[in-house]
Write a protein that binds this ligand. Structure first.
Ligand SMILES: Cc1cc2nc3c(=O)[nH]c(=O)nc-3n(C[C@H](O)[C@H](O)[C@H](O)COP(=O)(O)OP(=O)(O)OC[C@H]3O[C@@H](n4cnc5c(N)ncnc54)[C@H](O)[C@@H]3O)c2cc1C
Length: 551
């Protein structure tokens, strides 16, 4: 970052919303040396439980912020004692069930339970102590204007908060702005972005409980498919349980979201004030929708501002953190003046394509879980019974990224593998050896950087790229997982992005130069020494996006 940039803008990136997505994005950007401003309506992080499941790949992103040690006690890996997810009928009979997978491509359990406020507090402490991040808590973002060379955000003290002398309306100027401002996103409205809505709108009552002692009589995780009231039961982080009760038309709508009603519904599960504490109840509308445009000029959407989905697959929060990881390295390149403008369109293409698949799958599951017609339910139950085993994690194998800053070679778009590796002095997870996250060339048998021509080697260095390899003089594949992975991908060199997504790979090591050249041409505004087939652009991007997004 040059002084010149600081002069022109108050910060490099302005983030609207300090939910988990805004906070993780702020930390990822600061980790790369960017100046960040975060504008948040409320003075404190949202205190009530929401998401309860964190995916392995998302855990990898959060851990890269150096939060591993503090995070570990907040997590409960799903299935660590062989527990299963059960689908049961109205009488409690098991229709089918699935085990949880403890292993994953990221070196962590596939899913872990957590309580969102615990994570948000942890992120808040980290954000608070980061000298590169300025938080404007108690401020609402009200207007944005993009003049092609930067974004000006008008922020005002949030209505209803006690007046504080230095909390005055102001304009914050940034090179880029990101709307991480949740489902009712102001930024999305200011941009005038429409949403694709799958028409799934169901109200459920979400209830979180801390049992006084482990409720051994309860299933660990189950969907109780009672036509009279479908109910979800899942672990919600260490010592916590979550129930989600479908709200029926016959319910007294005035009284449905009351403590009395929550206890009444929990009674069927033998949970009562004598053996548990009620932590939270909330009426929540499950929706399936995504924004049709994720980027306009210098303004981008991420997290719930860009997509919302029912919680049946536990992917809302997780998709938001994937957005943040996908976006952070692009913004870093753009702020640095190196990146191509198209990087943000690629972000939108990659993330929206994957999210749309997840929302569609989750809505299909939601439709199955929300059936109330007894005949349809009987047919559904018969179908489920005939399944030998349900593999609830199988679907995620298809959630590859597509389009965007990826090679279309069957290798690009996969999630980069992480497992333990050995060095001369220690055995550790790959990310602990290659830290902080960067572009990585990973070779099966030899150092891929040795294959690079001088211009590509220089470009790789400019990108801050790292390399590692297995075999003589390199890492040891202690679990044998990397050998298997290279085999499966039919590659001997893979190029992994800082968000742990594979850009592409080659089987013939001699063609590594072409792999790097392709990346360089896709990400750099100017690729030094490399002939560019994609045209040239100014190194300081001037976007053509519409200006003055005022309501
Ligand atoms: C009951 C419930 C259960 C859920 N269960 C799961 C689950 O099991 N798994 C899962 O993955 N997800 C789950 N989710 C979804 C998950 O909580 C969200 O996906 C996640 O919080 C999204 O994070 P975010 O940072 O994008 O948005 P949010 O957490 O909503 O944060 C947005 C922030 O922006 C602020 N803001 C809004 N407008 C402005 C403005 N104009 N100016 C300044 N600040 C503004 C808000 O105050 C808020 O702090 C659940 C959600 C709910 C409500």
């Amino acid at each position: 970052m040059t002084d010149n940039k600081i002069e022109r803008h108050d910060c490099d990136v302005l983030i609207a919303g300090a939910g988990p997505v805004g906070q993780v994005l702020a930390l990822l950007l600061a980790q790369q040396g960017l100046l960040v401003s975060v504008v948040e309506r409320w003075e404190q992080p949202y205190p009530l439980p929401r998401a309860v499941a964190i995916s392995h790949d998302v855990l990898r992103v959060v851990r890269q912020l150096g939060l591993g040690e503090e995070l570990a006690p907040l997590l409960e890996p799903w299935g660590q004692d062989g527990q299963r997810f059960t689908l049961q009928d109205a009488s409690g009979q098991t229709l089918t069930e699935s085990s949880f997978i403890l292993d994953s491509e990221s070196g962590f359990p596939n899913m872990s339970g957590f309580s969102q406020p615990d994570l948000e507090q942890l992120l808040e402490r980290r954000v608070h102590s980061d000298p590169l991040i300025v938080q404007y808590r108690g401020f609402s973002l009200e207007a944005l204007s993009d003049d092609g060379s930067g974004v000006s955000a008008t922020i005002r003290p949030h209505t209803g908060l006690a007046p504080i002398p230095d909390r005055q309306p102001r304009v914050v100027r940034a090179a880029f702005a990101v709307g991480c401002d949740g489902a009712n996103s102001t930024v999305r409205s200011l941009l005038g972005v429409e949403v694709t809505d799958l028409g799934f709108n169901r109200d459920w009552l979400v209830v979180d409980v801390i049992p006084h002692s482990p409720p051994t009589w309860l299933p660990y995780a189950c969907q109780h498919l009672d036509p009279a009231r479908s109910t979800t039961l899942v672990p919600a982080g260490p010592g916590r349980r979550r129930w989600e009760f479908m709200i029926m038309p016959s319910d007294d709508q005035e009284r449905v979201d009351t403590e009395e009603n929550a206890w009444r519904l929990l009674k069927r599960w033998e949970i009562h004030p004598g053996n548990a504490e009620l932590v939270r109840r909330a009426r929540y509308t499950f929706r399936g929708r995504w924004a049709n445009q994720w980027r306009q000029g210098r303004v981008v959407l991420a997290g719930d501002a860009a997509h919302q989905m029912p919680p049946f697959m536990g992917q809302g929060f997780n998709s938001g953190i994937r957005d943040a990881a996908n976006l952070a390295w692009r913004l870093a390149l753009l702020v640095d003046g190196k990146g191509r403008e198209s990087l943000l369109d690629d972000y939108a293409a990659e993330r929206c394509t994957q999210v749309a698949q997840i929302v569609e799958q989750t809505v299909l599951i939601g439709q199955m879980f929300c059936m109330t017609d007894p005949e349809e339910c009987a047919q559904r139950d018969a179908g489920l019974t005939s399944l030998a085993n349900l593999n609830i994690q199988e679907a995620s194998q298809n959630w590859l990224l597509r389009g965007g800053t990826l090679q279309d070679d069957g290798i690009g778009g996969n999630l980069g593998l992480q497992a333990t590796v050995g060095t001369k002095t220690r055995t550790a997870l790959l990310d602990e050896i290659i830290a902080p996250p960067s572009f990585v060339l990973l070779g099966r048998d030899s150092d891929p950087v040795d294959r690079l021509s001088t211009p590509m080697r220089e470009a790789w260095e400019r990108l801050g790229g790292n390399s590692a390899h297995f075999g003589p003089g390199g890492l040891t594949d202690t679990e044998g997982k990397f050998a298997q992975w290279f085999e499966q991908l039919n590659a001997s060199v893979v190029l992994i992005r800082p968000d742990f997504q594979v850009f592409g790979g080659v089987l013939d090591e001699q063609t590594t130069d072409g792999l790097v050249r392709d990346l360089v041409e896709r990400v750099f505004a100017h690729s030094p020494g490399a002939p560019t087939s994609r045209g040239s652009e100014s190194s300081v991007p001037r976007f053509s996006g519409s200006a003055n997004y005022r309501p």
